[in-house]
Design a protein around this ligand. Sequence first.
Ligand SMILES: [Mg+2]
Length: 240
Amino acid sequence: MSAVTKVYIDFDGTITRGDVGNAFFRTFGGEVCDRLVAEYRSEKISAQDLFLGEANAVGNLDIGAWKEFIAKQEIDPTFPEFVAYCRERMFDVTIVSDGLDLYIQPILDRHGVGDVQCMSNRCTLVGPEMKLVLSFPYANAECDRCACCKRNIMLTQSAENDVLVYIGEGYSDRCPAGYADVVFAKDILQTYCQAENISYHPYLSFRDIRRALEQLLLRGHLRKAYRAEVRRREAFIREA
Ligand SMILES: [Mg+2]
């Protein structure tokens, strides 16, 4: 099987300007959500418990306010052209998010990129009272720090020859970055990569990433990284 370049992209703070998930729960769930986040950060509760608690705090969603909230969310304006570029180059693009499809899908749709594959936690609005019902199809039984295990998605979706690119910025990007051949990092993820000696490319926008990928291609450097390959193999052995 020939090698495929697979590009995995975080959503909140990477594709969008801000953390939409946090803003959503703060807007609709109130201060209880801050307390829940603090409990999660100090490892008193799991990521799934955090989401369930936050959804409970939201209660019934006001659909008018919800639509207004979605309309206000901005994305990196160079993201749609980046998706087009990846398709031209035959790179596989997957959004991996420890957020909710409830807000991811309408934001992608609004910017004309709603057909990009996205793997995240799921949330549907049920009944006339619009109650949030959550499910976690990509949970990892071995680790409760994320509700959606980006690392396992990358491992199970990739063949041995594939080159894995990871683009992110935050807490849930730290683990998967260690398993990717080429990492694009900003903010917290950049600090983490420095501390862990993971080589990365800094970026501010998807246009920067496109330019860097072009350079890597030109120099023949868009290829597997030994350290990431070893870690992927070790993870597979552990899971087997
Ligand atoms: Mg993020």
